[in-house]
Design a protein around this ligand. Structure first.
Ligand code: GSH
Length: 214
């Protein structure tokens, strides 16, 4: 059986779990056999990150979006990547936005969060950067065709766990409900959570994240 080396709290692993659940794929979710960053881990996980897909012959695929594209090619039924060139481009923009824009603005907040101190210098600036990236998503969703008129796609799936962390970390640093003044983002978040595969996976990340806080 194909295996996904998984991490409950990881937004990157979560997106692959959502895909697996939405398409009901025959893939086993397993925990990594070695501690992250150990030399054994780095030997088996060449890019040093989770998630990692392991195929029947033992070969491995790293990088969540590469894994997702591979799984779409391997299991094309109930496609999560649209067929037309323009809708593919719109979908890819959401994927790239999630990784190259939103996740980049979250990283500095995540580093502060891991230090477990809420009142560090520079938090206001980091929250403003996050807000600016979320404003871009508002603009992107507004210029793209209405998401309510299409089915769920890999771009939505990549974005959902990162938006979860944006809401959660902004709240942790005192800015509650960071997407509430962004009507398109707010509606998209409600819309995407109507999928049980998404809502259940977000709840899973939330449990893992809250366990860290404890
Ligand atoms: N670009 C990678 C990012 C994966 C990633 O950063 N994974 C984190 C967990 S959220 C990880 O494995 N971190 C272990 C480490 O950095 O040692 C992807 O999309 O798969």
């Amino acid at each position: 059986m194909i295996k996904l080396y998984d991490l409950s709290s990881s937004p990157y692993a979560a997106r692959v779990r959502i895909q697996i659940r939405l398409k009901d794929l025959p893939i086993e979710l397993v925990k990594p056999p070695f501690a992250l960053r150990s030399s054994e881990f780095l030997q088996t996980f060449p890019l040093g990150k989770l998630p990692l897909l392991q195929l029947h012959d033992g070969s491995t695929i790293a990088e969540s979006t590469v894994i997702m594209d591979y799984l779409e090619a391997l299991f094309p039924k109930a496609p999560l990547i649209p067929p037309s060139p323009i809708s593919r481009a719109n979908n890819s923009m959401l994927v790239r936005y999630a990784d190259n824009h939103l996740a980049q603005s979250l990283l500095p907040l995540f580093i502060e969060f891991m230090s477990f101190e809420k009142n560090k210098v520079g938090i206001t600036n980091k929250l403003e950067n996050l807000q600016a990236e979320l404003n871009k998503l508002e603009a992107l969703l507004t210029t793209q065709p209405d998401f309510r008129q299409r089915s769920i796609q890999t771009g939505d799936i990549c974005l959902a766990p990162v938006i979860y962390y944006a809401i959660e970390l902004a709240g942790w640093f005192g800015k509650q409900e960071i997407i509430n003044d962004l009507p398109a983002v707010f509606d998209w978040w409600q819309w995407i959570n109507q999928h049980p595969a998404v809502a259940d996976t977000i709840a899973e990340i939330d449990r893992a994240h809250k366990a860290v806080i404890k």
